[in-house]
Design a binder for this molecule. Sequence first.
Ligand code: ADP
Ligand code: MG
Length: 351
Amino acid sequence: MNQDSQDKANVTGRKKQLMLGIDLGTSKIAVCSERGSKAMFRSVVGYPRDIIGSHLLKGDKAIGEEVLEKRSFLDAYYPLEEGVIKEESEGVIAALKDLLQHAVSLAKPEKGDEICAVIGAPAGATYSNKEPILKAAREFMKVALVVSEPFMVAYGMNKLNRAIIVDIGAGTTDICALTGTIPSAEDQSTILKGGDYIDKVLNALLLETYPEIQLTPQLARKIKEKYAFVGEIKESKMVKFRENGKPKDYDAANEIKAACETLILPIVEQIENLLLQFDPDDQEEALKNIYLAGNGSRIRGLDTAIIEALSEYGEVKVSLIDDPDYAGCTGALKLATDIPLEHWSQVGDQL
Ligand SMILES: Nc1ncnc2c1ncn2[C@@H]1O[C@H](COP(=O)(O)OP(=O)(O)O)[C@@H](O)[C@H]1O
Ligand SMILES: [Mg+2]
């Protein structure tokens, strides 16, 4: 089909394109469509372990929260868990495809829609990371583009010059310097530590202080999500743990603070590195435009701690973005609808 007849087809609705923004987060996948649908689910897919599992599930796979509920008879896959797709096996690509297909179905496409999606992946994602995502998308999308997650956030907020985005997710922290051009590999970095790492450290520290308690990283995560903070301890953080099955109150303030503070240094080091990507004249302005995205950024006092750690650089301003759940996918959708399809390949890696 030439461009003319393609345009005509779009207008007459015989072949409609549906633009989507998808945020492939390490813990959650968010999707939004140009027709207004919006949805989010856990980045996990589960397959029945055996014939009994298939019978109980009444299907061949489950996605998101359902996998956690039915984990006793499902094998769960988290292909994006650590921000790096470790192997490019058929199984991993199939799991990625199931997750992407589920995201597309939640965007409620109409029959005959051609799916065109901008997909956000961790920033430092090397080509080897993008390739399996594109392979998975290729099987059912018309066009797919993989861009870095913090770049999508930046695009959505229109912070494309003299700004730094720090996106703290579960598996990774992705940092991107916005210098007025499409970010190159040098403008971005991924730290393979995020909220999950804090959970592990908190779990270990609490067990060290209170060896008698029963604890798992999942419980540590719940405690963190309620109390996360860095900086001065102003009050105790009382938590109920079980000791030999009996509940008892413990103060977890020291351990929560110490666990959350482990992310400060790696983040500050990467901000310092990426600052050098800016023209010296622009560095002062960039330091006043640091934005924290991702749910991991909701640690109380993190903004102030980063400002303090960068005090030698002069005035520094760190702000929290508004909607850490959907900022990435709304930015991706904005990119998908702003930029004509024929120019997508200039923005990231395409099918
Ligand atoms: N209030 C909170 N304080 C600190 N961390 C939080 C809070 N709420 C959620 N988190 C953490 O944020 C991480 C998930 O970040 P998110 O941006 O949603 O994920 P993704 O990795 O999918 O991009 C998890 O480690 C979660 O425990
Ligand atoms: Mg994210």
